[in-house]
Design a protein around this ligand. Structure first.
Ligand SMILES: Cc1cc2nc3c(=O)[nH]c(=O)nc-3n(C[C@H](O)[C@H](O)[C@H](O)COP(=O)(O)O)c2cc1C
Length: 223
């Protein structure tokens, strides 16, 4: 079982949110044997902002920007479970995490992360947290990832958050191992596929990479 943990905090190993992720990983490794864990600290990577050039839609996921993002996207494709973590920065995820997600739009257009499971973590001084977790859930489910849950809260509740993170880690391991299905999320994914099927179809001469991927992966797409 491969677990990928992506931290959007600029504070590396000292990050409160990352410490919460480590608790979740302890929950995973207690529940399951043979787990491999990869940690990515976005704050230590060279990352450019998406320029909206559309190359990734034409040449599936290829980006002309020369930085450290491609290996992160590759790791996301290889993982069985993806953990996204961010401190709350002015009511949202950090710019580091948002910059990464902006570079991954073919994941959403083609639900390229189908079959994986995910979880999200956020810490703050006081809030708001729910909208940050909602955002990360929406991102993951849009990519085809079934969302097992999230833990978020202010640092004043850190001891409780740690316990919740351990439980969520164990739940995440169980979901991967037992292929647990979340019917509401699966039916939402189906609706999104229909939507992007028509979007990509209408731009098939331009978005050749995404059109080819859809044709190969999703039966009955040809129009
Ligand atoms: C630029 C910046 C913006 C922040 N914005 C918020 C906020 O909107 N709400 C909040 O409750 N805390 C806010 N905080 C506090 C952090 O969310 C909090 O300290 C968090 O636990 C830091 O996580 P980290 O150690 O993982 O980086 C902010 C901190 C910084 C540096």
């Amino acid at each position: 079982m491969k677990i990928l943990c992506i931290s959007g905090s600029p504070r590396g190993e000292h990050s409160n949110t990352f410490r919460l992720v480590k608790e979740a990983v302890a929950g995973i490794t207690t529940a399951e044997r043979g787990v491999s864990v990869e940690y990515i600290h976005l704050g230590s990577l060279r990352m450019e902002f998406c320029t909206g050039c559309g190359t990734c839609h034409r040449k599936l996921l290829f980006c002309p920007l020369k930085d450290d993002v491609a290996p992160v996207l590759h790791s996301m494709q290889e993982a069985d479970a993806i953990v996204l973590a961010s401190p709350v920065y002015i009511n949202h995820v950090t710019a580091q995490l948002k910059a990464l997600l902006d570079r991954s739009s073919p994941f959403i257009h083609c639900q390229m992360l189908t079959g994986k499971y995910g979880a999200a973590f956020a810490t703050s001084g006081g809030g708001p947290h729910a909208m940050v977790l909602d955002y990360l859930k929406e991102y993951l489910v849009s990519c085809g990832v079934q969302y097992v849950g999230g833990v978020s809260g202010p640092m004043s509740r850190f001891d409780t958050l740690k316990e919740e993170a351990r439980i969520l880690g164990a739940d995440l391991a169980k979901a991967v191992k037992s292929h647990i299905a979340y019917p509401d999320q699966l039916s939402y994914m189906e609706k999104r596929r229909e939507f992007f099927k028509s979007v990509i179809s209408s731009r098939k001469d331009e978005w050749k990479g995404e059109y080819a991927y859809y044709n190969k992966k999703i039966a009955g797409f040809k129009t």
